[in-house]
Design a protein around this ligand. Structure first.
Ligand SMILES: Nc1ncnc2c1ncn2[C@@H]1O[C@H](COP(=O)(O)OP(=O)(O)OP(=O)(O)O)[C@@H](O)[C@H]1O
Ligand SMILES: [Mg+2]
Length: 631
């Protein structure tokens, strides 16, 4: 469909949603759909909730954030459960400014932007619909017109609690335009839009000397004072500050902690009492979520200042740490590259993963408990199984360091290194080695790391490199087998037949001659030795596998090649051991003969068709693995 058509359809959709009517008619809507009168905090919470919640082992995962934020499930769960949810229920936290605290480029702005764009979209849906007094610059809640002495009756009839006073401007309009007849006041449906300054605002402090509080609270319009006669006439006031415009929705406060105190005090009374002071008027009620963000250093210096004590107790700090899972980090890079100008470059498989390994290692803290190393910890965090550890151990590990994820390498840095690799290499293909090299060079130029940290990071680069060597070897070896899965399965079936006969002290039948034969001890041992199972331990290992198979059978599940991690590893290694020489000779020969050439071409083709390489990256991989095997 062409773009103009789409724009027109969008306009039509919006037109259809529009509604305008009297306050009397609005009350009917309120009766049928009471949620249209919910508070700003409640609307934000319901927006998040309506996007769906997945329950995963007593943990909640909010789908709302899925499309843009990766690996932050725990922090987000905490944010929703400890702030948005109680705030929606009018509990006290709603009276505090939400301050997201986390390391640079950890996704804070992304999170705030998601909330803003989310609210814009949500206000177009039935569940997120919102109404306001027509013509009010602050899109005031129509229910504010209900006089205080009748609010208890209103609650009894509608079950809705009204907070806040009618603003001076609407008070005046009610008298002058409607002769005090509340029921006739025109109400309209509004749609949040940051561009149109409806319900979504952003405030960023500029030069403290020149910045005016008017940017937040609006100001007197001197050109109209003459017309209205006095400064205290609300019609001579422009309610166009960020706090005014964000009423009913949310305001992002950028660099809040760098801001002048007087700005903060306004915010405090707004969050605390639900109103703020503007011009010469009575307090103006506002209902909005205020979100700010900061990093740890800035926050610490803020709270260490005695002057800020009162502010401190009115802020709720929510940590937004870095993601600590390799596979989620990969998704972050993938997203950032897709959004960038270099999105047409071929990135060889495993490149982002290897970069992510390095990054995650820089963020992890050394485990305190004795025998587990950083790589195992990295694997466990990512949900991989590591022999000898279970889920409970992972939870233990997470508890060891409360501040894990607050430091380390940020995703933007990695993306910058990847971009500079792409630009320098000129060919439109990059691989893991290119990126590791570039990360390493970058460390030398990195302004803010100490020599000691650099040493540590360099070590992580070599760890990531070793991991890559393993991955690369496996990849090539797999591609050398005509059908890897098939071969692995055949070998495993063969092994299991032998194990079964061995454990049952039974004979096997030779497939060709039909003769009875003993289980093939040599075959079984050649597989078991791959994962270090000794002669003494072989019996226990074989029995354990049979037990596992029968447990599977009882549950009606099929035991296959992936059901037993160690057995899979053993099979894999055995297959590769048999292949090693062929791979070594074929990949490293400078003058391949005809069969070798054919083999190489087949492998390259398989890498391209089945594993996501292009011809440049496939050939680079082969050359690299050749050199590795010949070391
Ligand atoms: N956990 C994450 N999931 C998805 N993307 C992320 C994540 N962390 C960072 N990013 C990406 O990294 C980039 C920087 O993130 P963002 O600007 O939101 O960070 P920030 O915390 O606001 O940083 P700063 O402190 O520099 O303002 C963005 O492109 C963002 O999408
Ligand atoms: Mg930011």
């Amino acid at each position: 469909m062409d773009i103009l058509k789409k724009i027109e359809m969008y306009r039509q959709d919006e037109e259809k949603l529009k509604w305008e009517g009297t306050f009397r008619e609005y009350l009917e809507i309120v009766k049928e759909q009471p949620w249209v009168a919910q508070s700003a905090h409640s609307r934000v919470y319901n927006m998040i909730k309506d996007a769906g919640i997945e329950n995963d082992k007593s943990k909640k995962r909010y789908s709302f954030f899925n499309s843009q934020l990766f690996g932050l499930e725990e922090a987000l769960e905490r944010l929703v459960e400890e702030y948005f949810h109680p705030a929606a229920k009018r509990l006290d936290v709603r009276k505090r400014i939400l301050l997201l605290m986390g390391p640079v480029s950890g996704g804070k702005s992304t999170l705030v932007t998601m909330l803003k764009r989310g609210l814009e979209a949500y206000s177009h849906t039935d569940r997120g619909a919102i109404y306001a007094i027509k013509g009010c610059p602050m899109h005031e809640d129509p229910l504010h017109m209900i006089p205080h002495h009748l609010r208890k009756d209103f609650y009894d009839e509608y079950g809705i609690r009204i907070e806040g006073n009618l603003s001076p401007l609407n008070m005046m309009r009610l008298e002058q335009e409607y002769g005090g007849r509340i029921e006739d006041v025109i109400v309209e449906r509004i749609f949040f839009s940051e561009d149109k300054r409806t319900g979504i605002g952003t405030f960023s402090p500029s030069d403290p000397k020149s910045q005016d509080i008017a940017d937040l609270t609006g100001s007197i319009d001197f050109s109209t004072i003459a017309e209205y006669g006095s400064e205290s006439d609300p019609r001579a006031y422009r309610f166009d500050g960020e706090l005014n415009k964000a009423n009913r929705g949310m305001m992002e406060f950028q660099e809040m902690l760098k801001c002048d105190e007087k700005f903060l005090w306004h915010l405090l009374s707004l969050t605390q009492e639900g109103n703020f002071k503007a011009g010469r008027f009575a307090l103006i009620s506002a209902d909005e979520l205020i979100v700010a963000h900061t990093n740890e250093t800035e926050y610490r210096s803020f709270i260490s200042n005695k002057k800020n004590e009162a502010l401190h107790s009115r802020i709720i700090v929510m940590p937004i740490p870095y993601n600590l899972k390799v596979s989620e980090e990969e998704k972050i890079y993938d997203k950032m590259i897709r959004e960038s100008d270099v999105n047409d470059v071929h990135i060889a498989p495993h490149t982002l993963r290897v970069a992510a390994m390095f990054t995650i290692l820089t963020r992890l803290k050394d485990p305190k408990k004795g025998d587990i190393d950083l790589i195992k910890k990295m694997r466990l965090y990512d949900g991989e199984s590591v022999e000898g550890y279970n889920r409970a151990d992972v939870e233990e590990l997470k508890k060891e360091h409360q501040d894990e994820g607050m430091s380390g390498i940020d995703p933007r840095y990695v993306i910058n290194r990847i971009s500079s690799t792409i630009i320098r290499k000129e060919v439109k293909t990059i691989n893991a080695l290119d990126v590791l090299r570039s990360l390493k060079e970058g460390l030398d130029q990195h302004p803010s790391i100490t020599a000691e940290t650099r040493e540590r990071y360099l070590n992580y680069i070599s760890i990531a490199r070793k991991e890559y060597d393993d991955i690369a070897k496996k990849e090539v070896q797999k591609a050398f087998v005509y059908s890897y899965e098939e071969s692995a399965k055949t070998l495993m079936d063969n092994y299991l037949d032998n194990v079964e006969a061995y454990c049952n002290k039974a004979k096997m039948r030779d497939q060709l001659t039909g003769e009875e034969i003993n289980p093939d001890e040599k075959l079984m041992r050649s597989i078991e030795e791959q994962i270090g199972i000794s002669e003494n331990a072989k019996k226990a290992f074989r029995e354990e596998i049979l037990i596992r198979i029968s447990a599977y059978a009882r549950k009606g599940k099929r035991f296959d090649y992936n059901s037993h991690d160690r057995l899979r590893e053993a099979i894999q290694k055995k297959l590769f051991a048999d292949l090693k020489d062929v791979v070594k000779i074929t990949t490293s020969t400078k003058t391949p003969d005809e069969t070798q050439l054919k083999k190489i071409n087949n492998v390259v083709a398989r890498l391209i068709d089945e594993h996501g390489y292009n011809s440049t990256s496939a050939n680079e991989l082969l050359r690299y693995v050749g050199s590795l095997l010949n070391r």
